[in-house]
Design a protein around this ligand. Structure first.
Ligand code: FE2
Length: 220
């Protein structure tokens, strides 16, 4: 998945004029559904803050951090790769990775999701975990057990499905794993709706919102 930048035309216009402030190169990707579309599992209230404030905040922060730097012209994926593991670049990495992770998260859910995965994904789940339920159970357990803020992921490790968790802004992109879907377990993802009941949020998301088709598309 690529995060789009603003159009070249816009950037050219900006670069041709010294009086126009630099255009913000990164844009907040549109939600793939209405803010209320995931109710009642995740309310529009939560999405309004999560997407409209948190996700947007990462985009605004990154644009400020990279303006005029060597990173300004890079793709989000390249910024993440170039700054991972470097303490002095942590603010850039954190905001870039959080933009990517959140866009991926929105696409990992859909209204009326959950249910039976497509056959091709189901076969891979059975091969790796024994059953779809075992895969979901491991994903839920991983999401619930992530200490503090972070993410639970279904990934492809070589040609095998695997479940991993990452802390804070970390993403499997930096460890050679191919993300297939993710669950955000930062408190901002569920606290307004579920308070401290993270397990209830994760279970409801996996049963009613998870977008198995998106995971299959990402296998490619
Ligand atoms: Fe989040």
């Amino acid at each position: 998945m690529l995060i789009k930048k603003e159009s070249d035309m816009n950037k050219t216009e900006t670069s041709n004029s010294s009086t126009v402030p630099a255009a913000s190169p990164f844009v907040l990707a549109s939600l793939p559904y209405a803010e209320s579309a995931l109710e009642p599992v995740i309310t529009a209230h939560t999405i309004g803050f999560h997407y409209g404030k948190h996700h947007k905040g990462y985009v605004d922060n990154l644009n400020k951090l990279v303006a005029g730097t060597e990173y300004a012209e890079l793709s989000l994926e390249k910024i993440i790769a170039a700054t991972a593991g470097q303490a002095e670049k942590a603010p850039i990495f954190n905001n870039a990775a959080q933009i990517w992770n959140h866009t991926f998260y929105w696409n990992s859910m859909k209204p009326k999701g959950g249910g039976e995965p497509p056959a091709a994904l189901k076969q891979r789940m059975e091969a790796a975990f024994g059953s779809v339920d075992a895969c979901k159970k491991e994903l839920a357990g991983t999401a619930v057990s992530q200490f503090g803020s972070g993410w639970a992921w279904l990934v492809l490790d070589g040609d095998k499905l695997k479940i991993v968790k990452t802390a804070n802004a970390d993403t499997p992109l930096t460890t050679g794993l191919k993300p297939l879907l993710t669950v955000d377990v930062w408190e901002h993802a569920y606290y307004l709706d579920y308070q401290n009941r993270r397990a209830d949020y994760v279970t409801a998301l996996l049963d009613k919102l998870i977008n198995w088709e998106f995971a299959l598309q990402n296998i490619g």
